[in-house]
Design a binder for this molecule. Structure first.
Ligand code: ZN
Length: 314
């Protein structure tokens, strides 16, 4: 159903070598990486940067809003198109009952604001950049929050890879209280594939407690990075077109926050700190590593600049 694991080819020192990036098995596997947005959102400063105030207090009283992109990443792999997350659905703004529970609609207005056009669907966003949603073969879902699963109806043919730890949240009582909206996840056509992480002999991956090799060629490696949600995961992209890229979803709202060990006002702070430390270790081993959160304009601009330079050089 998903790629086999071939992660055991590195010795202890391999990952600090240039080979870590340009290993033969990864070379020419990734042909392109693209960042898109399915609209923009706003969150409170306390949500983004953390706060000493209790969460309910800032949710109800904060008047400060910070703008952010709602990102989707597309990887052109030689064996098919792979998405990292599917963005937000315009229905959240344009359909009054997109969130079925009144308490959810009440809290949503206090926690988030959105600027999303009616036509900013995943399908249209891909189309405007010259890609056909029907050609997406896999989508890696970093976690199940509504602003990451909003496009799954546009890609019924795609395998939707999610961690088992994230998937079990659906069977917990009231997952919608954690912004996991079952009615938009359990679609009849959706091809969800909960994945298990397997032991990786490469110590860089093993430090995360396992890995999953998406295409079986070492180019796209999923790593468990819990904290924002229990089953959040990140994607390491190794290619010959860019330095290694670590797409981290909502593990942090800015790459800087991880380097400075600043946790946001949401998620499990202890777990976040543990994961931040692993990501910092990876960055120390691979200084050129690009850490790209889903809601960080600065990191996404840096990614686009590097990709453009590399393409221009090619
Ligand atoms: Zn989230």
């Amino acid at each position: 159903m998903v790629g086999s694991i071939q992660l055991s080819q590195s010795s202890d020192k391999d990952f600090v070598d240039k080979d870590f990036v340009h290993k033969n098995y990864a070379e020419k596997a990734v042909l392109g990486v693209h960042a898109f947005t399915t609209g923009r959102g706003f969150q409170h400063k306390e949500h983004r940067n953390g706060s000493y105030l209790p969460q309910l207090w800032w949710v109800l009283t904060s008047r400060s809003w910070v703008g952010l992109p709602i990102s989707v990443f597309l990887i052109e792999h030689k064996d098919g198109l792979v998405l990292f997350d599917t963005g937000i659905n315009p229905g959240i703004v344009h359909e009054p009952r997109y969130i079925s529970q009144a308490i959810g609609r009440f809290l949503l207005k206090r926690i988030f604001r959105f600027e999303i056009g009616r036509d900013e669907t995943l399908e249209r966003v891909l189309e405007t950049r010259g890609f056909d949603a029907k050609c997406v073969s896999k989508a890696i879902i970093s976690h199940l929050h509504f602003d990451h699963i909003g496009g799954i109806a546009d890609i019924p043919q795609a395998e939707l890879l999610v961690s088992e730890a994230e998937w079990v949240q659906l069977s917990a009582p009231h997952p919608e209280r954690e912004w996991v909206l079952r009615e938009h996840i359990e679609l009849p056509d959706a091809r969800w594939c909960p994945i298990k992480f397997e032991r990786a002999e490469n110590p860089l991956f093993d430090a995360f407690g396992g890995a999953h090799d998406v295409m079986g060629d070492g180019s796209l490696i999923i790593l468990p990075t819990p904290g924002h949600t229990p089953g959040s995961m990140s994607l390491l992209i190794r290619s010959s077109i860019a330095p290694p890229i670590l797409l981290i979803g909502d593990l942090a709202y800015s790459a800087e926050a991880i380097l400075q060990d600043r946790v946001p006002g949401t998620g499990n702070a202890k777990q976040l700190r543990r994961t931040y430390s692993k990501v910092r270790d990876m960055k120390a081993q691979i200084p050129e590593l690009l850490i790209v959160p889903s809601h960080d304009d600065t990191a996404i601009t840096a990614l686009n600049t590097i990709l453009k330079e590399r393409y221009d050089d090619a």
